[in-house]
Design a protein around this ligand. Structure first.
Ligand code: ATP
Ligand code: MG
Length: 275
């Protein structure tokens, strides 16, 4: 796929100056590395998903979202379009009545979220994504609760990625700024050493400068080979760094393409990017 952000590439495998890449330093091989996607299929795909909450009406209507290895896939669309619902469906937080979720070719539609974490997926939800009364460090430790190995190396990598968190590691997360909290949330997800990082509006409520900074860090994470699937309200900026973009409207796909193509598409521009 093309590289819309000019040379971002995937060749630089280091996420930090000193340490190895996040996600590839697990001392024990993950049990899920046996399967491979069917040819041409993305690493993770929510394929033609239909479903909703409990017994309520369907919110998703044959919606497909996907991400490939080391790529950034972005979901944009109006409020209430079902972006968060699609993310929750992919992560196993609601029933998919039709369609399927496949991870590296394996059908994981029936798995619980925790089982998906064990398979290399991590999810930062749109709201309530940090424990405000716990310190930054405790939040990161919580992220690693499934791990039985030494987590200090990964924590160092998170601190290298977000240096401010190292300074504030003994402070309750509730005392941090919005942007810093989002860093904690992303850091917490990285503590599981995921192969796929799902982010629902990681830049919600932060200033444009902080947004740019956060996007740079997300690109850095993707460069280590971690796939990023994220929802963004800042559609223009997000599509600018996206390898693939999905425009969702009323629970379905309206447009899909490279970030670059979507940004150039007159219909997408007119309807979703303010002209
Ligand atoms: N927990 C829930 N229970 C029932 N319905 C819900 C729930 N969460 C969301 N919905 C409904 O699903 C639809 C899609 O909501 P969703 O949160 O997925 O949209 P979104 O695209 O993420 O919007 P936003 O841009 O505001 O975050 C809405 O009609 C919403 O009312
Ligand atoms: Mg949402």
């Amino acid at each position: 796929m093309s590289d819309p952000h000019g040379g971002r590439g995937n060749s630089d495998r280091s996420i930090t100056k000193s340490g190895g890449p996040v996600g590839t330093t697990a001392p024990v091989p993950r049990p899920h590395e046996a399967t491979t996607p069917r040819p041409g299929e993305p690493v993770l795909i929510g394929d033609a998903m239909t479903g909703g909450y409990g017994r309520g009406a369907d919110i998703l209507h044959g919606c497909t979202i996907a991400v490939d290895r080391g790529e950034i896939a972005v979901i944009v669309g109006p409020n209430g379009a079902g972006k968060s619902t699609a993310m929750k469906a992919v992560f196993g937080m609601l029933d998919v009545r039709e369609g399927a979720v496949r991870l590296k070719g394996e059908d994981i539609t029936a798995l619980r979220p925790q089982e998906r974490v064990a398979k290399g997926m991590a999810f930062v939800p749109q709201t309530a994504n940090v424990f405000t009364s716990l310190t930054v460090e405790e939040n990161l430790e919580m992220g690693a609760f499934l791990r039985r190995d030494d987590i200090r190396g990964t924590m160092d990598q998170v601190f290298d990625l977000f240096p401010i968190l190292r300074d504030k590691r003994r402070q309750p997360a509730g005392e941090l700024s919005g942007g810093q909290r989002q860093q904690v949330a992303v850091g917490r997800a990285l503590m599981t050493q995921p192969e796929i990082l799902m982010l629902d509006e990681p830049t919600a409520g932060v200033s444009p400068i902080v947004m740019d900074e956060l996007f740079d860090r997300i690109i850095e994470v993707a460069r280590t080979g971690i796939s990023i699937l994220m929802v963004e309200q800042n559609a223009r900026q997000a599509l600018d760094i996206a390898d693939t973009g999905f425009v969702m409207v009323q629970g379905a796909n309206a447009f899909t393409g490279t970030g670059k193509d979507l940004l150039a598409d007159p219909d997408v521009r007119k309807s979703f990017l303010g002209g």
